[in-house]
Structure formats: structure tokens, C-alpha cells
Design a protein around this ligand. Sequence first.
Ligand SMILES: Cc1cc2nc3c(=O)[nH]c(=O)nc-3n(C[C@H](O)[C@H](O)[C@H](O)COP(=O)(O)OP(=O)(O)OC[C@H]3O[C@@H](n4cnc5c(N)ncnc54)[C@H](O)[C@@H]3O)c2cc1C
Length: 402
Amino acid sequence: MICKNWTARLKGLVKWEMYDWVIVGGGIHGCTIAASLLKNRKTEINRIKIIDPYPVPLYQWKKRTETISMPYLRSPGVHHVDVNPFSLKAYGKQSCSRDKFYGPYSRPSLSLFNAHSYAVFEEVELQKAWLKGCVEKIKKVNAAWEVQIDTGMRLRSENLVVATGTNNKVYTPEWGKELCVSFPNQAGHIFEDKVPPFIPPVAVIGGGISAAHLVIKLAQLFPGQVTQIARHENRVHDFDSDPGWLGPKNMRSYSQLQSDERRKLITEVRNKGSVPRELASRLKRLQKEGAFTIILDEVDSWEKKSSSIQLNLTHSNKTAEAKTVLFATGFSNSVMETDWLQELIHEHELQCANCGYPVIDESLEWCEHLFVSGPLAELELGPTARNIAGARKAAERIAGQR
Ligand SMILES: Cc1cc2nc3c(=O)[nH]c(=O)nc-3n(C[C@H](O)[C@H](O)[C@H](O)COP(=O)(O)OP(=O)(O)OC[C@H]3O[C@@H](n4cnc5c(N)ncnc54)[C@H](O)[C@@H]3O)c2cc1C
């Protein structure tokens, strides 16, 4: 095994390939930016590479949304991976599927959104740019960025985009970490690569939109055998930040602020742990029917009881028992605590704010020819940076100014 690894690394040392663009991360952000660069003729398919550990574009997006059986997106139909804002609407008109858009904001169905995304990727032949692997190191050599991948391969590129999302860092509360390690077949985070099988009775930890979708799914599969444990009642908001953050209404004053104030504002205005109205109503109905129970409390500790796990609650001093414990507790805010990213910052003296996130210019450039998207572009793009709307803004700015 060690020998094989070294052979790959030695091979990698002599393999040089130079590109116009390398994009690290093939999720919604990386692929939207790539499609925009190609459609705006800023590069050609044989001059760009997307590096991602998974075999196909949007792998993590698909896996996460399928795990919770999310039927519709939260965002409206104008937020998607293509350049033309009405592209998804037009695609929907031709599609023969029945449930295309939902409600007054025309939220697309997950299946329509995914089919449209792959149609856009097919149009630009994105798969030709795909390179499976995990980036381990980035450094500047002469005028090019050199990217080292865990397969041993290295490539060089004039421009580099870091679009690694939350760097696959999920958040599990402190009390649950040992539980997931000790009993991985019975407890785990729903956005980890390996999710435990859903064996009832099930406890879902968390009170946001992912927990809501998961509870609805499980309550239908195992009525009366699902318990949700959340710290608060459902917070009802149609979007995870006010639509004013998509345009000049809120962004004009935001752009006048210093980094610390921007970070404070992002934390304040994001409707974290919230659910749109229709999901809240659906949950209320299922709860009334007895399909699931909600406990408003926090878990303090756990104990293994034969084939079950007992959760000890903090405020009520009561307990809840389940065969499966699922954490729908979102992502960690330690995105910047990633070795290769920290090395890159130190070696190139890249500017970061007190919160640790990149200080970038309007074109999302961190230093010459190095661009960021998603959480890493938050201080510039504001509260919507992580969303699909943020991917579109990033694509516009990165492809627009080249
Ligand atoms: C369940 C769910 C539903 C959501 N619904 C909506 C919605 O309706 N509307 C909306 O606007 N937003 C939504 N979001 C938020 C956001 O739009 C999505 O999370 C989106 O997928 C983020 O895309 P991304 O490309 O930034 O991140 P990711 O999808 O996480 O993609 C990043 C990719 O980078 C890869 N990567 C990480 N490190 C490396 C490395 N070192 N080398 C190479 N590759 C690496 C990862 O493996 C991953 O494939 C939702 C999020 C979730 C979790």
C-alpha cells in the first residue's frame, strides 16, 4: 500500500499540466463558476480543470438532499447553475415532470433542479474537465499556481478558484461526538459520508430546515416512532436571509462596513435554524396526528441500554430512548481550520479578518489570480454567499472581470 502510494507520488513529480483555470471543489459553487467561464468564452474545456474527491459534479449536494428527501429547494427558480436567470424556468416548461415549481416563490423541485444542472453541465461538456482527487497543497511557482492532489498528481494553472464549501466539516454537539464514534451503526451526522441505517425508534437532533425535512420523511416511514429534540420551537422564515441581501437594498450599506462589522451583521441577519412556512405547517399537522413527538430541550449525555441509546435531557431531567440517533445539526464554523488553506495563507501572507475569513476585493480575488467562493467569499458577498444565489454572484464577478 505504502509502495503504491509512493509510486503514484513519484509519477506525480514528473507530470506537469498547465491550465487557464483550476477550480478546487465541484459542488454547486465550483460548477456554476466553471459553466459561467465556459459559456462566457473566458476559457475552453481543455484549458480548465475541476478537482473534487467525488466521481461526479454536485455529488455532496445530491447525497445530502436525498438523505433528507428534500422535495423542493428553499430558494426561488431564478437561483440555479446556469448563466441566464430564466434558464431553469424555460427548462421546466419543456420538462414533462408534474411537480416542477412550488408556491409563490416558484421554488423548483429537487428533481427538476438537478436535471437542469446536469443538462447545463452536459451542454458545456463539464465532465471532460473533471479530475477526481483531494487537493492537499497549493503554492505559487513563478507566475502559476501549483496544485498538489492526493493521487500524487500536480497541475499548474494561471488562475485558481477555491470553492470547497464548508470543507466537508459537519457540526456535531460535544456530547454526541463519542456516541457517533462508539456506535457508528446507531448514531451519526446525516451529512457525513456514512449515515447509520434508519432503524426505529429514531431520535433526530436539531431544529433547522434539514431536521424538518428529515423528521417529515421519518414520520411517514415510522409513524409514532420518531422524536425530534430541538432547543427551540420552529422559527418560521421563508428564506435563510431577507431577500434584500440579494441586491443593493441591503448590500450598498454593507459594502461600506469594515470586516468585523460585516461578520457581526452576517451572524445577526442569517435566519439560522429556521424553516419556511409550508414546512412548519406540515410538521404541526404530523405532530397533531401523533406521527412524531417534539421535545424542546437539550441533550446532556447518553447511556447505552441493551440495543438502545438513552438520551438524558438537560432542563426537564427526563430521558428519551432510541435505536438510531441522527444529528441534523448543520456545519461547523471551523471552515478555515483546514491545513492546506492555513499553509496557503501563511506562505503567501494572505489577508484574513479577525474572524479568520479571507479579506477579498470586489472580484473575489484574494491575491493576484486566486479567487474564492462560498463561505470564503462571505465578507464580500454578505449573508447569501453560501447559497445558490452566492454561487451565481461569484460566477458573475469571477468570469465577468477576466
Ligand atoms: C440539505 C441542504 C439543502 C440546501 N438547500 C438550499 C437551497 O434550496 N437553496 C440555496 O440557495 N442553498 C441551499 N443550501 C445551501 C447551499 O447552496 C448548498 O449547500 C450548496 O450545495 C453549497 O455548494 P458548495 O459548492 O459551496 O459546497 P459543496 O456542495 O459542499 O461542494 C464543495 C465540494 O468541494 C469538495 N472539496 C472540499 N475540500 C476539497 C479539497 N481539498 N479538494 C478538492 N475538493 C474539495 C467537497 O468534497 C465538495 O464536493 C442547502 C444546503 C443543504 C445542506
